[in-house]
Write a protein that binds this ligand. Structure first.
Ligand code: BGC
Length: 910
C-alpha cells in the first residue's frame, strides 16, 4: 500500500510518506493559515501532495470512541477521515484501527464503510443542519421521515418533517390584498419525537450548544440511521444518547425507533418522553412561512396503555390520517408509564431509576395510515397493525429488504470511494421516494424534491424524465404505477388544455393531488412589493416529458398491455394538444408553436411582450416532432383494434394523423450564420451578457435572473440560460434520432460532430447552471464532444450537488431527485455506455480515467443483464439468450453465458 501519514494539530498538519522514486521517507509540515477557512487550507494542502496514495492514516486521533479519525484542527474537532476522503477519494483510517487490523485490512474495511454510509460528525445548525436532515431522511416510498434528531422540534436549526406520498392540501392566504392558494405536500404529525428529563427537571430541549459531541451515520445497506450524541447539561450532568431509526421497507405504514440513554456521571431518576404531535405546520421553507401552513385538524387523541393514537384530517382535501405509536422498554425494570392527552397531541413518558454507566432503552413503533390508500377504519387499521416484536426484529427485516433491493440496483464502483458513496446515496433516496409494491397501492408520483422536504411544495414536475428510466431499469412495474398517476389525471389535463383554448391534453407544469396547474401565476416581489407575473407554467414541454416517459417505459419493457390500455391514449391526447398549438404560416410554409417556454426558466417571454411566452422553442419543437414520429411508428406496429379503440377514446381523427405528418416535418427552427440552433425564434436578437462583470460584483451568478431583476433589468433581454435547453433533446434522444429529426424538419446537418461541438460551446458559455438539472446534461454533452475533462468536472459537481448543497441552502428543503436520477443515468448510459433507447442494448463506454470498474444490472425487454465495465473491457451476462451491440460488434449471448469484450479505450480524463 502507499500510505500518507498525518499528524494533525490546531496549527499544522505534519505529513509523511515514502517517495516512490527514491524509496526514502519524506517528512513535511503544512502550516494552517489562520486567516483562511479550514476548507481553503485543506484545498491548499491537497496541492502539496503527490497523487499516488491509496490510504491515509491519522496518527493522533482524539476521540476514539466515536471514530478513530477525529482530530482537533484549526481549533475545532473534525473528522479528518471524512474530510480526507472527500478531498482525495481514498480511504482514511486511524492508527488504532491500523494497529488492530493491519493497514490493508483497515483500508478495505473503510472502503466498505465509506461506500455504504453517509456520516456527519459534529453539531450543525440552520440550513446546513436542515440539509443534512434531508440527506439522512429514511423512508420507503410511502413516507419520508427527515433525519433530524428525535429530540428536535421545528426551529431554525432542526426540522423533523414527515410526509406521505400523495397527501396534499390546499390553503388560501391573503397577501397584499390577494388570495393566494397553495397546495402543499402536508407535513404529518411528528411521531418521532422523544426526549428525556433528569430528576423531575424539564424535558431536555435540544439546541446546538448543549451537544458536546455527535456522530450521525446513515447505513444505506441496512437502512438504519444512528445518532450517537454526548450531551453536557449546564448542571454538569453528562449522558450519552443513542437513537436509531429504521423504516419498514415492506410493511410500509411502519417505522421504528430505539432510544438509549446512558448517564455518564450521575445516578438518579430519569424519564423518557414520547409524543405524537399534531400541532405542527408546514414550515420547512423559510420563504413560504408567510403563507398559511396549518393543514391538519386533529379530530381525536386516544391512549391505551403503551399505545397511543392521533386521528386528524387535512383541512380542504379531507384526507383522514391516523398515527399510532407503541412504546416498550425491554431492559428497564420498575418503570412507570404516564400519558397526557392534549387537544393536538399526546405525550407519554416512562420514569425509572438510573445508575451511572448503565444503558436504558425505550423502543417505539410508529404506524401511519391515510384514507387515500386504506378503505377500512383507520383507527382499526392502526390498532390491528402487527408490529415488529422489537427494534432488533425491525432492523433484521429492513436488512433483508435492503439486501434484495441492493442486489438489484447496486452500482458497484471501484477506484473512488466518494463517488461510490454518492451513487448509492442517489439510489437510496430514489428508493425512499418510491417503491414498486408501495406505489401499486398509491395514486402518487415522485416530486422534484422527493419525500424529503417542502420545496416546490412537494409538486411533481418534468423531473420525472430524469428518474423514471432508473426505476424502469430495475423495477419496471414501479414506472408503470408512476405513469398511472399521469393517466389518472388525463381528464384534468384535458380540462387544462380546453381552458387554454387547446385540444387534447395539456399536463400542468406543477402537479399535485388533482392534476390541475399548481404553478403560481404571480409572485410578490419583496423588493418592490409588486405582484410580478410568473410564466413558468408555460413550460408545456412537461407533456412531452410524460410522452417520452411512456415511450421509454414501453421501449424498455415492451409492455403492450400498458400501451393498449393507457399509454397510447395519453400519447394521442398529448399529440392533439400540440397539433392545436401549431399554426401554419402560408408565407413560409412552416408551422410555429407559440406561447411556450423551454426548460430554461430565465426566459419567460420576449422583453417587450413577456406574457405571451416564446415562439418556436427548439427543444419543444424537436420533441414535438419526435412525438409525432413515435406515434406514427406505434401505429405501424399496434394491432388495428387497439388503434381503433384508442382513436375512439382520444377522439383522434384521420385529419389529426395528417396534421401530425405535416407539422412534424415543418416545425420552424432558427439557426444563425454559424449554424448555431437558436433556443427560440428571435434568440439571436438578444444581447450578450458580460458574465465577468457580474461575477466580479456578485461572486455566484448561477441565479442571474434574480440578480438582473434586483437591478430592475430582465434576463429576457439576454442570451443566457439557467440550464440546458436548446440541446436538451440530445439528452433524451440518440444523436442519430436527433439529426434525423432536424433533417426531416428541413434542416439537414452536414457535419453532426462539428454542429454539436459548436452548439455545446456556444450554449455552455451562456449557461449559469442555476438548476441542478443543468450540469449533468452538459456533462453528457461534453462527452459527446470529447471534452472528457469538462465532462468529468460537471459530472462531479452534479454528483456532489446535494452532498455539498452547492446551491447554498436548497438541500435543506429536500433532495433534488432529478439530478440524482440523471447522474445514475450518465454513469450507466454514458460512462459505462449502456444505451437502452434503441431496440437492443448498445454499449459504447466512455470510461473515466479515475475509476477502475463499474458493475451493475439492468432489465431490458424482460431480460436481466449484468455488466462489468472497465477502461479496457466490457463483461456482459444475461439471464436469457440475447444479442447486445458492444463497441460496434453484435455479441450473441446464451442464457447465463458471460462474455468479455475488449475495446480500445476512449478514455475520459479526470
Ligand atoms: C428547474 C426546473 C425543475 C424544477 C424542479 C427548477 O429550478 O429549472 O427544470 O423542473 O426546478 O426541480
Amino acid at each position: 500500500m502507499k500510505p500518507l501519514y498525518l499528524t494533525v494539530t490546531d496549527k499544522h498538519i505534519k505529513y509523511s510518506y515514502e517517495d516512490l522514486d527514491t524509496k526514502t521517507t519524506i517528512d513535511k509540515v503544512y502550516n494552517i493559515n489562520a486567516a483562511k477557512t479550514l476548507g481553503e487550507n485543506l484545498d491548499n494542502f491537497k496541492t502539496k501532495l503527490p497523487n499516488y496514495f491509496d490510504v491515509v492514516v491519522i496518527l493522533n486521533p482524539i476521540d476514539v470512541e466515536l471514530r478513530d479519525t477525529i482530530v482537533s484542527c484549526g481549533n475545532q474537532p473534525i473528522d479528518m477521515g471524512l474530510t480526507m476522503e472527500n478531498l482525495l477519494h481514498i480511504p482514511t483510517v486511524g492508527v488504532h484501527d491500523v494497529a488492530r487490523l493491519g493497514i490493508k485490512q483497515a483500508a478495505s474495511a473503510e472502503i466498505e464503510h465509506a461506500g455504504w454510509h453517509l456520516d456527519y460528525y459534529g453539531s450543525y445548525s440552520k440550513k446546513r443542519q436542515y440539509g443534512q436532515e434531508s440527506l439522512q431522511t429514511i423512508g420507503n416510498g410511502y413516507f419520508g421521515l427527515r433525519g433530524s434528531y428525535v429530540e428536535a422540534r421545528e426551529t431554525d436549526d432542526y426540522y423533523p418533517g414527515t410526509y406521505v406520498a400523495g397527501v396534499f392540501d390546499q390553503l388560501t392566504t391573503n397577501i397584499n390584498n390577494r388570495d393566494i392558494v397553495n397546495e402543499d405536500l402536508v407535513n404529518l404529525p411528528n411521531a418521532q419525537f422523544m426526549t428525556f428529563s433528569i430528576d423531575d427537571g424539564d424535558p431536555f430541549n435540544l439546541s446546538p450548544d448543549v451537544i458536546e459531541n455527535v456522530y450521525r451515520s446513515l447505513d444505506m445497506r441496512t437502512g438504519v440511521l444512528t445518532i450517537t450524541m454526548i450531551i453536557s447539561l449546564p448542571n454538569g450532568k453528562r449522558l450519552k444518547v443513542v437513537t436509531k431509526k429504521v423504516a419498514d421497507m415492506k410493511n410500509y405504514h411502519n417505522y421504528s425507533l430505539q432510544y438509549t440513554v446512558q448517564p455518564l456521571n450521575f445516578s438518579g431518576e430519569m424519564r423518557i418522553f414520547s409524543e405524537i404531535d399534531g400541532s405542527i405546520e408546514n414550515a420547512n421553507v423559510e420563504r413560504y412561512r408567510s403563507f398559511n401552513g396549518k393543514h391538519l385538524i386533529v379530530d381525536d387523541t386516544k391512549v391505551d396503555g403503551n399505545r397511543a393514537i392521533l386521528l386528524a384530517h387535512t383541512k380542504n382535501s379531507h384526507v383522514n390520517i391516523a398515527v399510532g405509536t407503541r412504546i416498550q422498554c425491554p431492559n428497564i425494570d420498575g418503570s412507570e408509564l404516564s400519558s397526557n392527552r392534549f387537544q393536538e397531541k399526546i405525550a407519554q413518558s416512562i420514569g425509572f431509576h438510573v445508575v451511572e454507566g448503565r444503558k436504558y432503552t425505550v423502543e417505539k413503533t410508529v404506524s401511519m395510515y391515510t384514507s387515500l390508500e386504506t378503505d377500512s377504519s383507520l383507527e382499526f387499521a392502526v390498532n390491528d397493525h402487527s408490529h415488529h416484536k422489537n427494534f432488533a426484529d425491525a432492523v433484521a427485516n429492513s436488512m433483508r429488504c435492503w439486501q434484495k433491493i441492493w442486489k438489484k440496483v447496486d452500482i458497484e464502483l471501484s477506484g473512488d470511494i466518494t463517488a461510490q458513496k454518492l451513487l448509492r446515496l442517489n439510489e437510496f433516496h430514489a428508493t425512499v421516494s418510491a417503491q414498486e409494491h408501495v406505489n401499486k397501492d398509491l395514486d402518487a408520483s415522485v416530486g422534484a424534491r422527493g419525500l424529503h422536504g417542502e420545496a416546490y411544495r412537494g409538486h411533481i414536475f418534468w423531473d420525472e424524465l430524469f428518474i423514471l428510466p432508473y426505476y424502469t431499469m430495475h423495477f419496471p412495474d414501479l414506472t408503470k404505477h408512476l405513469l398511472m398517476y399521469r393517466y389518472n389525471r388525463l381528464d384534468a389535463a384535458k380540462d387544462y388544455a380546453e381552458q387554454n383554448g387547446y385540444k387534447g391534453a395539456m399536463y400542468p407544469w406543477q402537479s399535485a393531488m388533482y392534476g390541475d396547474e399548481q404553478s403560481q401565476s404571480l409572485h410578490l416581489n419583496p423588493i418592490t412589493n409588486q405582484w410580478d407575473p410568473d410564466n413558468s407554467r408555460k413550460q408545456r414541454h412537461v407533456s412531452l416529458a410524460i410522452a417520452y416517459n411512456i415511450w421509454n417505459y414501453y421501449n424498455m419493457t415492451q409492455d403492450n398491455e400498458f400501451m393498449k390500455q393507457y399509454g397510447l391514449e395519453m400519447l394521442l391526447n398529448i399529440a392533439k394538444m400540440w397539433i392545436s398549438m401549431s399554426e401554419y404560416d402560408p408565407q413560409t410554409k412552416q408551422y410555429s408553436i407559440s406561447n411556450v417556454m423551454g426548460p430554461d426558466e430565465f426566459h419567460e417571454g420576449y422583453p417587450d411582450a413577456k406574457d405571451s411566452g416564446l415562439k418556436n422553442n427548439a427543444y419543444t419543437n424537436i420533441m414535438t416532432s419526435w412525438l409525432f414520429n413515435t406515434i406514427h411508428h406505434l401505429l405501424e406496429i399496434e394491432p388495428q383494434e387497439v388503434i381503433d379503440e384508442n382513436f375512439k377514446r382520444a377522439d383522434f381523427t384521420k385529419d389529426n394523423l395528417n396534421d401530425m405528418k405535416n407539422i412534424g416535418q415543418d416545425l420552424k427552427l432558427e439557426f444563425n450564420s454559424e449554424n448555431i440552433l437558436g433556443q427560440f425564434e428571435g434568440y439571436f436578437k438578444l444581447k450578450d451578457i458580460d458574465f465577468d462583470y457580474y461575477r466580479r460584483q456578485y461572486g455566484d451568478i448561477s441565479r442571474m435572473d434574480r440578480i438582473l431583476k434586483s437591478e430592475g433589468d430582465s434576463p429576457d433581454k439576454y442570451q443566457l440560460a439557467k440550464q440546458a435547453d436548446t440541446l436538451m433533446a440530445l439528452y433524451n434522444l440518440t444523436e442519430k434520432n436527433f439529426m434525423d429529426i432536424l433533417d426531416q424538419m428541413g434542416y439537414p446537418i452536414e457535419n453532426p460532430e462539428q454542429f454539436i461541438k459548436d452548439n455545446v460551446n456556444y450554449y455552455l458559455q451562456r449557461t449559469t447552471h442555476g438548476s441542478t438539472l443543468s450540469r449533468i446534461v452538459y456533462s453528457m454533452l461534453a462527452l459527446k464532444v470529447n471534452d472528457t475533462k469538462l465532462s468529468w468536472q460537471l459530472f462531479y459537481e452534479a454528483l456532489t450537488s446535494d452532498y455539498y448543497d452547492i446551491q447554498g441552502g436548497t438541500t435543506a428543503e429536500g433532495i433534488h431527485l432529478g439530478v440524482m436520477g440523471a447522474t445514475l443515468n450518465v454513469v450507466t448510459s454514458y460512462f459505462a455506455g449502456v444505451d437502452f433507447r434503441g431496440d437492443q442494448l448498445v454499449v459504447e463506454p466512455h470510461f473515466p480515467e479515475a475509476w477502475n470498474t463499474l458493475a451493475f444490472n439492468l432489465s431490458f425487454h424482460g431480460t436481466r443483464f449484468y455488466f462489468r465495465v472497465s477502461k479496457e473491457s466490457v463483461i456482459v451476462k444475461a439471464d436469457h439468450a440475447a444479442v447486445v451491440k458492444i463497441c460496434g460488434q453484435q455479441i450473441s449471448l446464451n442464457e447465463d453465458e458471460e462474455k468479455t469484450i475488449n475495446y480500445e479505450p476512449l478514455v475520459a480524463e479526470s
